[in-house]
Design a binder for this molecule. Structure first.
Ligand SMILES: Cc1cc2nc3c(=O)[nH]c(=O)nc-3n(C[C@H](O)[C@H](O)[C@H](O)COP(=O)(O)OP(=O)(O)OC[C@H]3O[C@@H](n4cnc5c(N)ncnc54)[C@H](O)[C@@H]3O)c2cc1C
Length: 462
């Protein structure tokens, strides 16, 4: 069977690429070995947000008296919380199935392996191999939880993110290793549900890729919520021979033994590049990633790669954007290359974190003279009314030309606010233009305008 475009993997990279390819008139197929929608819909972005919503509702209920309300016998049903999350994921996967049908995209069930001569072998669950060929083969096989040699995952006491979002019973205590977005989201979820959580982070701050002010605020908020945070610390080994887990943690002050029911390893991802035929075709990889150019072409003509399997931020919106760019280029459209300096990153704990562009340290290192503004939500009427005054918006401008270099937010709902900074930066706006764009009152988004005003010494509500 011959296709114009054949994609291996149906995550937000693969399925979005397939839809765009079909819109462009290509005869398109997607090969998938598991569930349509990939990690994002089934084991990542969406089911975690469903869990976090349950945590948020539960947190509201626990503090209902602060809103002048009364509720009795507040409790949780952990199994039902997990079931809801799995149900949301299942529904989303079915939605992708509908979209494939609507766009006349063939779904091929099985494990795809590229071969020379623009061919792909697909092995189905019964072991039957079928050969397909395509003018353009796009590899979008994504990634899985990374295992550290000191922290081998047994799926029961030392777990990865898949187990963490489908545990049959709630652990009483949990050690979360790694404080990137995944670690922090699970730490918040389990803490809200009543698990005793300790976060162990190798770097000197939690959420270490964020601006230092954001990291500090997150640590304050976590500690206030009762989460123990150990920075500049690393888990050296785990002993799972007893009832729970004993983790040996190296800290600045020496070694400490932590005990917990479960250890969640959230130390990053490992790409799915094994046994997919890369060596047979001669496709070059480097440090676990498939190397591509601006248009996602590998070194072998006709073979492309997008999403987590390539270098760059491992995010769903990046995978989708890369796939769209890739097929638009194949179709001969004058599409723009992706600007990796303008990609928003979000963490959906409480408080939420959202950022884009350079941090203060990065901007200083790049030699810019800076104008920095900051507006705390404690001065925002909307945040006060909502009972969510923690956090701030911080904006960073180049003093000379007014370029908006970075925007960093922490607080309630900021993941929905960061798009303003992404769009502003895309349109090369200046601080004064943002200031003169009237923001509605009362909203959390006013904090962006006020932070910009603060950078230019025109802030009103501080
Ligand atoms: C817990 C968690 C939370 C996350 N939250 C967010 C978030 O909030 N926002 C965000 O932007 N990102 C988030 N991410 C990251 C996001 O899920 C990934 O960046 C995104 O899914 C990558 O998309 P992809 O298409 O490259 O690969 P994937 O989504 O990994 O999809 C790859 C697909 O390929 C299939 N596959 C692999 N090998 C083969 C083969 N040989 N043959 C056939 N099929 C194959 C897999 O089964 C899978 O379905 C999260 C990740 C995790 C783990």
């Amino acid at each position: 069977m011959k296709y114009d475009v054949l994609i291996i993997g149906s995550g937000p990279g693969g399925y979005v690429t397939a839809i765009r390819a079909s819109q462009l008139g290509f005869k398109t197929a997607v090969v998938e070995k598991e569930n349509l929608g990939g990690i994002c819909l089934n084991w990542g972005c969406i089911p975690t947000k469903a869990l976090l919503k349950s945590a948020q509702v539960y947190d509201y209920l626990k503090h209902v008296d602060e809103y002048g309300l009364k509720a009795e016998a507040i409790d949780k049903d952990f199994e039902a919380v997990i079931k809801r999350s799995r149900g949301v994921a299942e529904g989303m996967s079915k939605g992708v199935q509908f979209l494939m049908k609507k766009n006349k995209i063939d779904i091929i069930d099985g494990f795809g392996k590229v071969k020379p001569g623009k061919k792909v072998d697909v092995t189905d669950k019964d072991g039957k191999v079928t050969e397909y060929s395509a003018d353009n083969i796009i590899i979008a096989t994504g990634a899985r939880s990374r295992e550290l040699p000191s922290l081998p995952q047994d799926g029961k006491k030392v777990i990865g993110y898949r187990e963490a979002m489908s545990l049959p019973t709630q652990p009483k205590s949990m050690i979360v290793v790694g404080s990137g977005a995944i670690g922090v989201e699970f730490a918040h979820f389990y803490n809200s549900m009543g698990t005793d959580v300790t976060v162990v982070e190798f770097m000197p701050t939690i959420v270490p890729v964020e601006d230092k002010d954001v990291s500090k605020q997150m640590e304050r908020s976590f500690k206030k919520a009762g989460i123990k945070v150990m920075t500049s610390s690393s888990v050296e080994s785990v002993d799972t021979s007893g009832d729970g887990v004993k983790a040996t943690v190296k800290t600045k002050k020496g070694e400490e033994i932590l005990e917990a029911d479960i250890v969640l390893s959230a130390v990053g991802i490992k790409t799915n590049i094994e046994n997919i035929g890369l060596e047979d075709v001669g496709i070059i990889t480097d440090r676990d990633k498939i190397l591509v150019n601006d248009w996602y072409q590998t070194n072998i003509p006709g073979y492309y790669a997008i999403g987590d399997v390539t270098p760059g931020p491992a995010l769903a919106h990046v995978a989708s954007a890369e796939g769209i760019t890739c097929v638009e280029k194949i179709a001969g459209l004058h599409t723009e290359a992706i600007d990796y300096g303008n990609i928003p990153g979000c963490t959906y704990a409480t408080p939420e974190i959202a950022s884009v562009g350079l941090t203060e340290d990065q901007a200083k290192e790049a030699g810019y003279e800076l104008k920095i503004g900051k507006f705390p939500f404690s001065a925002s009427g909307k945040a006060k009314a909502a009972g969510t005054p923690d956090g701030f918006v911080k904006v960073i401008f180049d003093a000379k030309y007014g370029e908006w270099l970075g925007c960093h937010m922490i607080g309630a709902g900021v993941t929905d606010m960061i798009a303003e900074a992404v769009l502003g930066r895309k349109l090369e706006t200046t601080g004064h233009e943002v200031l003169k764009a009237i923001h509605p009152h009362p909203t959390m988004s006013e904090a962006v305008m006020e932070a910009v005003a603060d950078a230019y010494d025109e802030v009103i509500h501080l």
